[in-house]
Design a protein around this ligand. Structure first.
Ligand code: GLU
Ligand code: MG
Length: 433
């Protein structure tokens, strides 16, 4: 047997794609990568190919980054993979490399805000197949029935150099949630990809199948990806909290939060990027339907999270804001890049702190919502893409060609499911994510 390492990118479709090479070639591959094709960026989540400006032309390199190395030992087999960056043959960053897009957002955060990012992804997923543990929200029976999967997954997460926080049987039928500790910068998004892949691998090893689809059954709850964000000063001191600030937010956090909410409708196409994402983003599902800040409110798009610490230094370290309008159809790097750019834009514009909503916004008329500065978020992927497309500021955060390629990519995905009814759409997404 030849040990193989899979060099991978998490692409515009949020899919992990790449090529494997024998592990004895590692040094060479870390320097020169594996060959990659520009038009691959237009492979949608259903394997259709969208209109591509590249056609059959061009060559790229996918260079694995050893800091992302995963070697998941399942006894009978070891799955090795690494995430990497896509560059052209001269070594220049490729405009559609999601990891590089995040790195450029992080550089802007450092330049404009003078801070580093610390982020943790909280993931919900469901076991596929017949509903087994109904009537068991947060229950022990459903947890115990999958203790093997939960323990093996946590062990694999640890072996990958990440730090598991908790795992549970979530509210929905067959639904589980896995949470890891925060990581700095690009590693936070790498970690999200690694957790998703390890969940799938662990389940496969145990003869189970899981899905990270945004929503499996419109009559029930969705699978959210909640992104917890905090900031560190260059000396490593926490910069997110101010005891005297609005809802405990530092001035930097307050402007960042205001930016995220101001641009939320235009970045949603990047953080909730599937057709069925919009079945999840409806009121009373504990997801996100309005551009609102919430103080510990799980219906808010952006939530100021509770802290359990009592002393000021620990409170400052724990304090974070949580972006809830995202799901696992989104590439974590791309979603995080979009959220960061929106927040940084808020810092640049000197926006003042948003006021938290403290009521059920679905009861307000559009006029009352508007009077309070709130909007109902786009209700379809098409509407969401239109906001993205129309917003010159948001398009400007990305390389020139990015928006048009992304819009064509998503148009082909929409076309793929256009003739399906909702249950068939949900089934198609459950299959691919
Ligand atoms: N399932 C909900 C979502 O779609 C989140 C539930 C929770 O607060 O954990 O985001
Ligand atoms: Mg949850």
């Amino acid at each position: 047997m030849t040990d193989l390492i899979f060099a991978a990118t998490c692409d515009l479709a949020g899919k992990v794609r790449g090529k494997a090479f024998p592990s004895v070639q590692l040094d060479k591959r870390l320097a020169r990568g594996v060959g990659w094709t520009p038009t691959n960026v237009q492979i949608n989540c259903f394997d259709g190919i969208a209109d591509s400006p590249f056609g059959a032309l061009g060559d790229l390199l996918l260079i694995p980054d050893q800091t992302t190395s995963v070697s998941a030992n399942f006894g009978t087999r070891t799955e090795r993979f690494m995430l990497g960056d896509i560059v052209d043959l001269d070594g220049a960053t490729w405009d559609f490399c999601t990891r590089s897009l995040l790195k450029s957002a992080l550089a802007r955060l450092e330049k404009v805000g003078g801070v580093q990012l610390l982020a943790a992804f909280e993931h919900e997923f469901q076991l596929k197949g017949k509903i087994r543990y109904s009537g068991d929200s947060y229950g022990r029976a459903g947890f115990e029935a999958q203790r093997g999967l939960c323990e093996m997954l946590m062990a694999q997460i640890t072996a990958a150099g990440l730090s598991p926080d908790s795992i549970m049987k979530e509210y929905g039928p067959n639904q589980y949630e896995v949470v890891i500790d925060p990581e700095k910068g690009v590693r936070a998004a790498d970690a999200a990809v690694i957790v998703r892949e390890l969940t799938r691998s662990t389940a496969r090893h145990l003869g189970e199948a899981v899905t990270y689809t945004p929503i499996l059954d419109p009559a029930s709850v969705g699978n959210g990806v909640h992104i917890h964000i905090s900031f560190l000063n260059p000396d490593g001191a926490p910069a997110t909290y101010d005891a005297k600030g609005p809802c405990g937010m530092s001035a930097l956090t307050a402007s960042f939060a205001a930016g995220v909410l101001k641009y939320l409708d235009s970045i949603l196409a990047l953080t909730a990027p599937s057709v069925v994402s919009y079945l999840r983003l409806t009121p009373h599902r504990w997801s996100a339907a309005y551009n609102s800040l919430g103080l510990r409110d799980r219906e808010a798009s952006l939530r100021v999270c509770p802290v359990t610490a009592k002393d000021p230094a620990s409170i400052a370290r724990q304090f974070n804001i949580e972006y809830r309008a995202s799901d696992a159809a989104a590439c974590p790097h791309l979603a995080l890049a979009a959220i960061l750019h929106a927040g940084i834009q808020g810092i640049e514009e000197g926006l003042s702190a948003p006021t938290p909503a403290e009521e059920d916004l679905s009861l307000l008329s559009p006029e009352d919502l508007a009077a309070r500065g709130f909007i109902r978020l786009p209700e379809t992927l098409e509407a969401s893409l239109e906001r993205f497309s129309e917003n010159a500021t948001v398009r400007g955060w990305f390389p020139n060609a990015f928006a048009d390629v992304y819009l064509a990519h998503k148009a082909s995905e929409i076309a793929h499911v256009a003739e399906m009814d909702v249950p068939a759409q949900c089934a198609a997404y459950a299959e691919t994510y």
